[in-house]
Design a protein around this ligand. Structure first.
Ligand code: UT7
Length: 329
């Protein structure tokens, strides 16, 4: 029997319609375009409309990912969504709602909670399902309406995030040189109180109804952890930074990305940056960033991607992925 490997068959994203600039925040908050740009790199972010839910963002990205994989909804064996802003508190899962909207019924659908590292966790779960021959085609989606958990009076968090959806189809292949080569994920709950969303049992008069972050402490841990994690995955697979076509980091802060990029000696044209346009879209940020280079026609079949992410939990992870999708015509 031939070996089976998981591969990234398609990539897609959805950007919601409401563009909010740093100047817009200057009108309501004690902040400035200069502070936000200098400390984060962010210039704009996009928010969903009040009518749009997380599953709508997931649906839009998921639909395009299925089309680009040249598949129909019937071919999808499972739908898995990563989100920190699910449509309902615990059920139904955003994956169940999005799968139904996509016309995928009577197939497994579930959410995972990996915060900003959610897409790397999804890759690992999908890879395991495929390589254990449980499924052939899995739709994975990072979808976030982070604006629904932001305190728009807290200048330390609300300017950082954006909404969006990013999706991919992960399919079976027999060609290892087209596969998701390696995925590493990890977590340490010791740091849970540095970045979190409201408790399930929060009382209605609780002051903590929104996302809370001790930004500076998260920043330091993120740089340290990611630099080591990325080094480890490269070494483990005997791959040099110059062998990687694109380094696609989680888009939280330009300074974090540059610090890790410099430690690894990546050239600027290897590093994919979307944080200026979209802000931090949590679990959607990596697939949105991959789709950005795909839409620009830069990402080609066979290109090697290095992904990394860090988020609440703390969770983190990295992945080495050969893109196995069709080139954009
Ligand atoms: O995706 C999940 C992982 N998340 C991250 O990776 C985010 C990690 N953290 C960060 O990106 C940065 O820590 C922030 C962008 C959140 C903050 O940047 P910083 O350089 O660490 O600033 P800071 O938190 O140390 O705050 C410096 C000052 C403070 O004022 P004082 O105490 O020095 O007077 C803040 O109150 O900047 C102030 N500040 C602001 N000023 C203007 C905080 N937010 C703002 C703001 N506008 N929006």
């Amino acid at each position: 029997m031939k070996d089976i490997f998981a591969s990234l068959k398609s990539i897609a994203s959805y950007i919601p319609p409401r563009c909010v600039s740093n100047a817009d925040f200057e009108k309501t908050l004690d902040t400035s375009d200069e502070w936000i740009s200098k400390r984060t790199g962010i210039k704009t972010r996009y928010f969903a409309t009040p009518e749009q839910n997380t599953s709508d963002l997931a649906y839009e990205a998921g639909k395009l990912a299925i089309e680009r994989a040249k598949l129909s909804p019937n071919d999808i064996d499972a739908v898995i969504v990563a989100t920190l802003s699910p449509e309902y508190l615990t059920m139904p899962s955003t994956a169940c709602i999005a799968a139904y909207k996509l016309g995928i019924q009577n197939k497994p659908a579930f959410d995972i909670s990996g915060a900003c590292s959610g897409f790397i966790y999804l890759l690992n779960v999908a890879k395991s399902f495929i390589e254990s021959r449980t499924y052939d085609n899995i739709l994975i989606i990072g979808a976030e309406k982070v604006s629904s958990v932001l305190d728009f009076e807290d200048r330390g968090t609300c300017v950082l995030f954006g909404d969006g959806g990013g999706a991919a189809v992960v399919s079976a292949t027999t060609d290892r040189s087209q596969s998701i080569l390696d995925v590493h994920i990890a977590a340490n709950g010791k740091y849970g109180d540095l970045l979190y969303t409201p408790r399930f049992n929060a009382t209605s008069n609780s002051p903590k109804q929104y996302l809370q972050m001790k930004g500076n402490e998260v920043f330091k841990q993120a740089v340290k952890t990611l630099a080591q994690d990325v080094k480890d995955i490269l070494e483990h697979n005997a791959i040099r930074p110059q062998d990687v076509k694109f380094f696609v980091p989680h888009q939280a802060n330009l300074r974090i990305i540059n610090a890790v990029g410099e430690m690894l000696d990546f050239s600027p044209d290897q590093i994919v940056l979307t944080v200026q346009k979209y802000g931090n879209t949590s679990a959607a940020s990596i697939p949105m960033a991959i789709d950005e280079i795909y839409k620009q026609g830069k990402l080609k079949n066979g290109d090697l991607l290095l992904l990394d992410a860090f988020g609440g939990g703390f969770t983190w992870g990295s992945a080495l992925v050969y893109f196995n999708g069709e080139n954009l015509q």
